[in-house]
Design a protein around this ligand. Structure first.
Ligand SMILES: Nc1nc2c(ncn2[C@@H]2O[C@H](COP(=O)(O)OP(=O)(O)OP(=O)(O)O)[C@@H](O)[C@H]2O)c(=O)[nH]1
Ligand SMILES: [Mg+2]
Length: 331
């Protein structure tokens, strides 16, 4: 018998729950939603009207592999913890390119982080691909649970850019794009679409030669984007050395200021995002029902070999599914 998400939310909220129990309950809820992503709807139902179920700042960190996203995230987490030692910070590391068995690689990456023993830092990695309901729904579920237990900021790290990653970054209020010298020509970034989705651009590894060049290339690209007026105003952060922490305080200042300024806009976006997730799950569930007991090859043959109209075959399918459901559920 699987546990109700609502009951778990209640347990997390309960005043007599200890911190340890809250953590355990949150971890259980994350596992449930990772295994059954559609159950994110139960979580949304439980928290949708509640402002305090959301972090004020959800940051997506992306950029080419090896640019230093994890090292930078680590440094940013330290800075946030230093500023608010009572609060907690969440990190979700997503690696859509890893096969299901890639856990070991991610394990190494996680161990790299200094914060694994800090009770004020939650870290969760997602390496699985091709889960039912898609990776982004699982990521969203994990993110929402972290927000529910008060992780603020929440940082979502994901490499490169593909469709999955873009979806994941839609969960973020702000997207930070990390570049570094020596990681290939930064015009490649433009092709990869990072320029379009970034809100804050930062050059990491400022201790290495070439960092200034990357910084000024970024500045011209950002200016170009501004001139094209593509809506969101991108910002160029000061160069950073994640190893020494140089520039990290300035980046955290910038992120905090942007969060302050944009809170009401983001609130609306978060609400829209939740409605969108529910809509997605409803349609996916309906598609699943439609497919039940259907011979899809026959449908294809009717269209390709018998020349039936697509619309006709589709309506037929829906009508048959409706009958089937009526028969099973006797209404
Ligand atoms: N010199 C220098 N090296 C850095 C700096 N930040 C990170 N590195 C190194 O760059 C390498 C990659 O860093 P990661 O933080 O793992 O990079 P990543 O972007 O998270 O990599 P993936 O998760 O594989 O995409 C590591 O060897 C880091 O030690 C920096 O500021 N200066
Ligand atoms: Mg990394």
């Amino acid at each position: 018998m699987s546990q109700s998400i609502q009951a778990l939310v209640g347990r997390i909220r309960s005043e007599d729950a200890s911190d340890a129990e809250r953590r355990r309950t949150a971890a259980r809820m994350m596992t449930i939603i990772e295994d059954e992503p559609f159950r994110i709807v139960e979580l949304i139902q439980a928290v949708i009207t509640e402002e305090d179920a959301h972090s004020k700042l959800v940051v997506g960190v992306t950029g080419p592999s090896g640019s230093g996203k994890s090292t930078l995230t680590d440094a940013v987490v330290s800075e946030f913890r230093k500023r608010n030692s009572n609060g907690c910070v969440g990190v979700v590391a997503v690696d859509p390119s890893s096969p299901f068995t890639g856990g070991a690689i991610l394990g190494d990456r996680i161990r790299m982080m200094k914060h694994t023993t800090d009770p004020g830092v939650f870290i969760r990695s997602l390496a699985s691909r091709g889960h039912l309901g898609g990776l982004s729904l699982g990521t969203s579920g994990v993110s929402r649970v972290m927000q529910l237990i008060g992780c603020d900021p929440l940082i979502i790290e994901t490499v490169g850019v593909g469709q999955n990653e873009v979806e994941i970054l839609e969960l973020a209020d702000l997207v930070v794009v990390v570049q570094s010298p020596g990681a290939g020509d930064s015009t490649q970034m433009l092709k990869a679409g990072l320029l379009e989705i970034g809100d804050v651009f930062v050059v990491n590894k400022s201790d290495l030669p070439g960092a200034e060049d990357v910084h000024s290339q970024l500045r011209s690209m950002i200016e170009l984007r501004r001139e094209c007026g593509s809506g969101r105003e991108p910002v160029l952060a000061v160069p950073i050395c994640a190893h020494t922490g140089k520039g990290v305080a300035e980046l955290v200042d910038l992120l905090s200021r942007l969060a302050e300024e944009n809170q009401s806009l983001w609130r609306e976006r978060r609400a829209a995002q939740m409605r969108d997730e529910v809509r997605h799950v409803i349609l996916e569930t309906a598609t699943g029902l439609l497919r039940e007991g259907v011979d899809e090859q026959t449908l294809v043959r009717r269209v390709l070999e018998q020349g039936e109209a697509l619309e006709e075959v589709s309506r037929d399918l829906v009508a048959r599914a409706a009958e089937e459901i009526k028969r099973h559920h006797g209404s």
